[in-house]
Design a protein around this ligand. Sequence first.
Ligand SMILES: [Zn+2]
Length: 259
Amino acid sequence: MKRALATCALLCAVALPALAASNREPPPAGSIRGAPAQYTRFTAAELTRGFFALAFGSDLRIGAKPRGIRRFDHPIQARIIHGGSVDRVASMRAIVEDYARQVPGLNLSVAEGTRGGDIEVRLIDEKDFKAALEEAFGVRITRDFVARTDPQCMTSVKSTTEGDIVRSVTFVIVDKGDNVFFDCAYHEMLHAFGLSNHDQRNPWTTLNQKRMVGYLTVYDRALLTLLYDRRITPGMTAAQVRETLPEAIKDLDLTVPAQ
Ligand SMILES: [Zn+2]
């Protein structure tokens, strides 16, 4: 699908280490047609590289520069708002539940009723995308964002200067087929939880916009598990994360087993 390569300039200077990812497995049952296989064991260096690239920075920043890590610091409720010409509510609910099951640290559930929700997931048709952005964020911000990134789906994350996410709003296109829907939905939820950036040179993450994945990979699950580990807190700087991450990766048993 078409997504702009907005962050490439930022990331082109990152040297690729030799790849050691291992234990290649097919995509999970029920994945979209053409979904890529995945590696399921990674080195600490591979996880660290992805975490730093994806948990710091974002495509479009408004207001004060966040100091570091952004994440929710309380249980998360996701509210799904029906819309568009294809009913994807049940699929979107299943995706939220998939994240909740695979990353218990999120403390994630689907908000029932019509009010509340820390994450708002708005399902819309592609033709309504720009108008929906304008309504949510205003004409000027939408024009700026569209000009810079030409997005097809989008997530806006509002956080305090301390790094606590207050609210995320995600737009997911429902009328351009299963592949666009599942890729967008899984991709945008990662942003909504606080993995705000992209990495076009990373061969394992859904947040590489050159890839179409459509499921929660072991790699992205590991990054989210780290982000929501008790040792990683909102506002942490890169230096603080660099001190903390090795122990968290080790304790959570996220790396290639020692031979
Ligand atoms: Zn994205």
